[in-house]
Design a protein around this ligand. Structure first.
Ligand SMILES: [Zn+2]
Length: 209
């Protein structure tokens, strides 16, 4: 595994903790141990970051873990584990949000489907950037475009196709929650690791299937 130099950008401890616990759930403690050794981060074995929002985890360490997932479990296995970790990240970070909208309440239920989708995406954007977000840009054909300027998943990596499945899984879980369980085909269309300036995801305004 190639070492990626420190980025100087940091992600909250809790987000790494959730990601590692989600992988451990599937791969077991030995699986995570192997992965962290391969990623050059043996200091994290049995010593996951604490459950707090302090930004102490360098993006490069996060992306080394993501690259190792792909190396260890292959393109498909890495995708599944990362997508699952993204879903877990949404479920856990939702608990941290004060004044979470009441999904079952009349006010939320009176929203249109597009407003509900946007509410889910705004929630994620607000938590990740720590800035209140009230709208999400659209593509020319009216789908939502979620753009990430500094991506911890592919930081310093090169991939032939976009592979930031953790974020795609996070967004998918968010819009599923905000629409009362609908499934949306979230697609990553740009990636830093493919030479683009941002990691971009398109979220359709109609459910899959
Ligand atoms: Zn990325």
């Amino acid at each position: 595994m190639q070492t990626i130099p420190d980025s100087g950008f940091y992600y909250p401890n809790l987000f790494i903790r959730i990601m590692l616990l989600s992988i451990e759930d599937v791969a077991g403690t030995n699986g995570v141990k192997t992965m962290l050794n391969m990623a050059g981060l043996p200091n994290l074995i049995g010593n996951y970051p604490p459950a707090n929002m302090e930004g102490e985890f360098d993006f490069s360490h996060y992306s080394m873990i993501m690259a190792t997932l792909d190396d260890l479990y292959g393109a498909k296995g890495g995708q599944l584990l990362a997508t699952r970790a993204g879903g877990a990240l949404f479920e856990e970070s939702k608990k941290l949000i004060p004044n979470l909208p009441d999904m079952a309440g009349d006010e939320f239920q009176s929203k249109s489907l597009e407003e509900k989708i946007e509410a889910g995406l705004c929630l994620v954007h607000s938590v990740v950037t720590q800035k209140k977000t009230i709208s999400i840009p659209r593509t020319e054909d009216g789908q939502f475009l979620y753009s990430v300027e500094h991506c911890p998943i592919c930081w310093g990596r090169t991939t032939s196709t976009p592979r930031c499945f953790l974020t795609a899984g996070l967004l998918k879980a968010a819009v599923s929650w905000s629409t009362g369980g609908l499934d949306f085909d979230v697609k990553q269309v740009k990636a830093h690791s493919c030479g683009d300036s941002t990691c971009d995801y398109v979220i359709p305004v109609t459910p899959a299937g």
